[in-house]
Write a protein that binds this ligand. Sequence first.
Ligand SMILES: Nc1ncnc2c1ncn2[C@@H]1O[C@H](COP(=O)(O)OP(=O)(O)OP(=O)(O)O)[C@@H](O)[C@H]1O
Ligand SMILES: [Mg+2]
Length: 274
Amino acid sequence: MNGERVGTFIATKEHRRFTEFAEAVRKHRYVGLCYGAAGVGKTLSARRYAHWDVAGPVIEAWNGCGRSKEKKINEALSRSRTVFHTPTVLGTLRDLKDTLGEHIDRVDTCIDSHVHRDAKGPRVITHEEFHVEMLIFDEAERLSVTALEFIRDIFDRRGVGVILIGMPGMEKRLSRYPQLYSRVGFAHHYRPLQGDELSFVLTRHWRKLGLALDEADFTDTQAIASIARITGGNFRLLHRLFVQIERILKINGLSVITDDVVEAARSTLVIGAA
Ligand SMILES: Nc1ncnc2c1ncn2[C@@H]1O[C@H](COP(=O)(O)OP(=O)(O)OP(=O)(O)O)[C@@H](O)[C@H]1O
Ligand SMILES: [Mg+2]
């Protein structure tokens, strides 16, 4: 992932709620739906849960055979027991089948290598021993009807939990496919940052610019209110807005984020400019 675009991960309340949701789906082997507006942090939370930022590159560029030597990754995957998958935009069913099948096997191998880390020599993984317990599909809107049907089949045969992540409205679309829909355990609404948590994230942004945020200061309070209004607590917008704020402070040699600075930054954004 692009470091510049992402920044440090903040374990928000929403992330914790997502983790609890994922744990429940995995434990009870449901189909779970996670929906929320663009840019609130769904993908990041799911990748974090699956340890996909560390494990993903190894799984995707696999060069192991019977065992995986990546101890840290084996250990991480044996904690999450999850495969994270993003369907490609114009992906065919064949792509999905091949990639997903491969990734499940590779993650299985990693977990197996962890579980039997003390055993010597090569191991043959038998089919009674599946280690993967959950599949997460990001951008689930991209899945065709046949792809959903295929996923339902894996869900039934493998007895894994499945999470489908998408935008609000996804649950309505899925309700048109009763076979999959009847297996949905529950839906989880991923919400934007609110109240104290938004202030907490903003304080971190302020600090990153080398400034201090004082909620007793009227200028700061006013700037916070404007940022909250413009971004609606949306992580992606917040990041973008702060990139602009930083630029404007620098160009003008300013060291205080005033309402005017926020307003100037807002005017350069394409979305959230209402
Ligand atoms: N917990 C977090 N800590 C820090 N930054 C975050 C966090 N969550 C999200 N972000 C920031 O917000 C951006 C958007 O997050 P993400 O891609 O997860 O959103 P999304 O809900 O999956 O959006 P979409 O529906 O468009 O796929 C990230 O690139 C990152 O910069
Ligand atoms: Mg996403």
